[in-house]
Design a protein around this ligand. Sequence first.
Ligand code: NDP
Ligand code: 8X3
Length: 260
Amino acid sequence: MSQTILITGATAGFGSACARLFAHHGWQLILAGRRAERLQALQQELGDAVSAILTLDVRDRGAVFTQLGDLSAVDVLLNNAGLALGLEPAWDVDIDDWDTMIDTNIKGLTYCTRALLPQMVKRNSGHVVNIGSTAGSWPYPGGNVYGATKAFVEQFSRNLRADLLGKRVRVTYIAPGMAESEFSQVRFKGDTDKAAQVYRGVTPLRPEDIAATVYWVVTQPSHVNINAIELMPVQQSWNALAVQRDENKSLKDRAAAVDR
Ligand code: NDP
Ligand code: 8X3
C-alpha cells in the first residue's frame, strides 16, 4: 500500500520538488500552502498522486487544527513552509517581519506538528521531517530572527525525539545551506536583482537536492532515525570569526561588506 506525505509549503521551491519526487516514487500527497492556484496546478501535473490540497496559512492555528486534526493516515509530515524577511541589522528591521518569521517558522511548524502527531502516536508509526537551515547554527549579519527561528526548529526536533522515545515515530531535522528557490525573492520582497546577487558565481543547492535528502531520510529502515543532516553547496563554507579592527567603521558598514 502506498504511503502518504503531507507537505507544507508545497507551492514552491523545496516543497514542490518534494511533491514531484515522492509522486514519482508512488507516494500519495497532501499538499498545503497559501497559493491555491499553485496547489491546483501541481495537482493537475501530478494527477492521482495528490490525495488532497489544503489552502492553508500555517500561522492560522484554528485552520491548521481544523484541516490537519482529522487526518488519519499521514505517514510523513514535512514541515517545510517558512521564510526569511529582510537582511537588516536588528535595530533597523521592520518588527512585522520578525513577527511573520516567528509566526510561520516557529509557531506554524509547532501547530502542524501538534495537529498531526496524535494520529502518528495512536498508530505507533510516522515520521516528522523539519526543515531548518544552516542559519540555525551559523550566525551571520542580518540573520538575527531568521536564524533564531531555525535554531528553535533544531532543538524542537531533538525534544520531539525525547518525547517520542518508546513510540515508533521518527523525527529528522534537515539544515540546508544556500539553495536557489523563491526564498531570496521573498526575503528581498520582490527585488529580483538583489535576489539574483545571492547566487552570483555560485552553483547553489537545487530544490531537487533537498527533495532527494528528504526522500533518503524517510526511506531508511524503520529502526533507523536520522536525527539531523546539514548540507551545503560545495562553494559555501564557514569563515573566520569577525573581528572589528576599525572602531570608526560602523557595524552597518561592516555587515554590508560581508560577501555572503
Ligand atoms: P520558497 O520561497 O521557494 O518556498 C517557501 C514555501 O513556504 C512556499 O511554498 C510558501 O507557500 C510556503 N509558506 C510561506 N509562508 C507560509 C505560510 N504562512 N503558510 C503556509 N505556507 C507558507 O522557499 P524554499 O523552498 O527555499 O524554502 C522552504 C524552507 O526551506 C523554508 O522553511 C526555508 O526557510 C528553508 N530553507 C531555505 C533555504 C534556501 O536557501 N532556499 C536554505 C535553508 C532552509 P505560499 O506562499 O503559497 O503559502
Ligand atoms: C537559508 C540559507 O544562508 O540564506 O536558510 O540563511 S541562508
